[in-house]
Design a protein around this ligand. Structure first.
Ligand code: HEC
Length: 169
């Protein structure tokens, strides 16, 4: 047991506790900033918040299929088909929230979305078609074909993000 008689011992015994408390507190603050750092979406209809929620849902639906096609999760035909169908059902959901007045912080949408509406529409169509094709492939059980279709969907996400998603504003 350390002796509490000398200042040295006090330093030794108390300091680590303070340090760890300080660290815990900093983490809590960081976590809070991460949540509340985003300004509240006070815009009518909250289009930025709504489209982000849909994209998060898209990611949540898309990722488990990625584990399967990469061989990191077991392939279950029925389950995969349901996941593909769930993704397909989401592919037409985000676009309604890109309203003319919805280019506000903290969005990552590039102004090109509003300046090149035809190209943005084409990027949506590419994604929608790729997702339909994934469902079609998932009706069979050729994992190689499924993987190709999955990759095409992923490519459609990436190319749209490349063209139409920028840094946070
Ligand atoms: C046609 C264009 C387009 C396609 C296709 C697309 N995205 Fe996005 N995505 C965007 C844009 C634009 C944003 C930025 C939205 C904002 O910040 O207002 C975004 C944002 C996101 C976000 C961040 C949401 C947040 O909370 O900020 C995720 C995750 C995401 N997309 C996943 C995907 C996945 C996964 C796919 C494909 C399966 C996909 N997206 C397909 C355009 C697209």
């Amino acid at each position: 047991m350390p002796s509490f008689d000398s200042a040295q011992a006090r330093k030794k015994s108390i300091f680590p506790i303070m340090t760890s408390r300080f660290l815990v507190l900093s983490f809590v603050c960081l976590a809070l900033t991460a949540c509340s750092g985003e300004e509240a979406d006070t815009h009518a209809g909250q289009p930025v918040t709504k489209r982000k929620l849909v994209f998060k849902e898209i990611l949540r639906t898309f990722e488990p299929m990625g584990l399967t096609v990469r061989g990191r999760a077991a392939y279950d035909k029925q389950q995969f088909l349901e996941q593909a169908a769930a993704l397909e059902a989401l592919t037409n959901k985000p676009w309604q929230y890109f309203t003319p007045d919805s280019n506000y912080s903290p969005t990552r949408a590039k102004p090109d979305i509003w300046q090149k509406p035809e190209e943005f529409k084409q990027a949506q169509q590419k994604f929608i078609k790729a997702s339909e094709q994934l469902t079609q492939s998932a009706k069979g059980d050729n994992l190689e074909a499924i993987r190709k279709s999955y990759d095409a969907v992923e490519e459609s996400c990436k190319s749209c993000h490349h063209d139409f998603r920028g840094p946070k504003r």
